[in-house]
Design a protein around this ligand. Structure first.
Ligand code: PLP
Length: 367
């Protein structure tokens, strides 16, 4: 029994920590395996790009200094690329921090937070941490049911989270559907549109939402450098909002929440269009490779617009997950997302995907 439990604020007492993907080194140590493949955290399988490596090397001599707390250079680069004003941008220690800033800025224990069943695990954690009440709306075909989410909004609702594409389902909402939702939302309810996987979406069906906060000042769009830009380890993401919302988030954030290496690396990553193009190409090919194998293995999967895919293994997925671990392949069980029959697999390199496919086939055949 934790002696400080009663001192913790009410939301925190019942909080269950976020469970990250198992680190590859840990499994390697435990089982004494020569190689471990990690397809569990939607990381970029291409590793660090050369422009980023160069930027980090050039920044190393400066690390005794505090970073630029305003993130001037990165905001200028984002502003130019995304056609938004620098003042609309809030930088965060990962886009997770932007989600947290919205909660800490606007939400008290009297409020309700609306999000979908099977949505990103951070939404319930952040809701509990501020002691607010979660209104979880049943999903439709694993995706967000926006009509039902709108119907769940009450006088007490302060924030609605929409993940597009959603993690761990990979489901995508159309631009029309999202905009209609935002339009219909009361202006005193903030909508957080979480676009962590934006770059992976086929441009033909992608939601272009960055100009919306001008029309809908209660909208905050979040994006990240962790996934397509390959900077998960550095922690840098951003929010795009109306000036009024950005002003408030800026008051709440820590003055140096974007670290110096992350700021420099993100700016370099933004300019590296070759890396991004290669990332998308590898992802598209890998998605074909994995779903082709699922078809061959007679398994269903949820069509995904992200850099991962959730596959229905037609039985409890946890034993399959554990058997894959024994073979040195780490994927993600999603029972905590109310998807006990699915495993979420991040798209890796062609070689990593092949190792996973082989291991999955063996596990399913019981060898
Ligand atoms: C990975 C992810 C994020 C944020 O990750 P950061 O590394 O904090 O930027 C946000 N939302 C969803 C849905 C994600 O999957």
């Amino acid at each position: 029994m934790n002696r400080f439990l009663e001192l913790a604020v009410p939301g925190v007492r019942q909080l269950m920590p976020y469970v990250p993907g198992k680190p590859a080194e840990e499994l390697q140590r435990e089982l004494g395996l020569s190689e471990v493949i990690k397809l569990a955290s939607n990381e970029n399988p291409l590793g660090t790009g050369s422009k980023v490596a160069e930027a980090i090397k050039n920044t190393l001599p400066e690390l005794a200094r505090y970073p630029d707390g305003s993130g001037f250079a990165l905001k200028a680069a984002l502003s130019a690329k995304l056609d938004v004003a620098p003042e609309q941008i809030t930088l965060g220690n990962g886009s997770s921090e932007i989600l947290e800033l919205v909660m800490r800025t606007f939400v008290t224990p009297e409020h309700e937070i609306v999000f979908s069943q099977h949505a990103f695990a951070l939404y319930p954690i952040l809701t509990q941490a501020v002691g607010a009440t979660a209104r979880v709306v049943a999903a439709k075909n694993f995706g967000h049911d926006l009509d039902a989410m709108l119907a769940a909004v009450t006088d007490k609702t302060r924030v609605v989270f929409i993940a597009n594409p959603n993690n761990p389902t990979g489901t995508l909402l159309s631009e029309d559907a999202v905009e209609s939702f935002v339009k219909a939302l009361p202006s005193n309810v903030l909508c957080v549109l979480d676009e962590a996987y934006y770059e992976f979406v086929d441009p033909a069906v992608r939601t272009e939402s960055l100009q919306w906060p001008e029309r809908y000042p209660n909208l905050v769009v979040t994006r990240t450098f962790s996934k397509a830009y390959g900077l998960a380890g550095l922690r840098i993401g951003y929010g795009i909002s109306s000036l009024d919302v950005a002003d408030l988030l800026n008051r709440v954030r820590q003055p140096f929440n974007g670290n110096m290496l992350a700021l420099a690396a993100a700016e370099a990553a933004l300019s590296d269009s070759d890396y991004l193009a290669q990332t998308i190409a590898v992802n598209n090919a890998g998605m074909q490779q994995l779903t082709g194998a699922f078809k061959f293995l007679d398994l269903d999967w949820i069509p995904s617009s992200g850099n991962f895919v959730s596959v229905d293994v037609k039985q409890q997925a946890l034993p399959i997950y554990n058997a894959l671990l024994q073979k040195g392949v780490i994927v993600r069980p999603v029972a905590n997302y109310e998807m006990p029959l699915h495993l979420r697999v991040s798209i890796g390199t062609a070689r990593e995907n092949q190792i996973f496919i082989k291991a999955l086939g063996e596990v399913l055949r019981g060898v």
